[in-house]
Design a protein. Structure first.
Length: 144
């Protein structure tokens, strides 16, 4: 989906990997769960939104592969190519892979420490996922 080239540590949510207007536009499209015109998106953002600016950002999101666009009459309709959850997973995977590639075991230790600080349940989830992964790997190896 997306390969985060920039990850803003101080930002929150989508603004960590997208521009503020890009993030707001995606949120509008996910919240409406239907194709929308540029004008519809402008109205949902703020009726005073600049049509040309929104149209430019929609073009960028389409080029990034985050939106699909189809023509209906003279207008274009836009919709996300992926769900909010799939997008979040894609971004998280990209960030985690980058951290593991660049920092290796230090990153793994930091993940475990962060989970431990969050809750015992989060650490349990990590342990359960690790067991599941090991079982899957064992099964794959036995099939070879």
């Amino acid at each position: 989906m997306t390969d985060p080239k920039v990850f803003r540590l101080g930002a929150r949510g989508l603004a960590r990997v997208l521009g503020p207007l890009e993030a707001r536009i995606l949120e509008v499209l996910w919240d409406h769960d239907e194709e929308m015109t540029v004008q519809g998106i402008c109205d949902a953002l703020d009726p005073r939104s600049n049509y040309k600016t929104v149209m430019t950002v929609l073009g960028r999101l389409t080029c990034k592969g985050l939106l699909e666009r189809r023509r209906r009459g003279k207008a274009y309709l836009y919709r996300p190519r992926t769900s909010r959850q799939e997008f979040a997973r894609s971004v998280a995977d990209g960030v985690v892979q980058g951290l593991l590639r660049d920092y290796g075991e230090v990153a793994v230790a930091s993940f475990v420490d962060a989970l431990d600080r969050l809750s015992p349940e989060a650490l349990e989830t990590l342990e359960r996922l690790a067991r599941k992964r090991r079982a899957r790997d064992r099964m794959a190896e036995e099939e070879r």
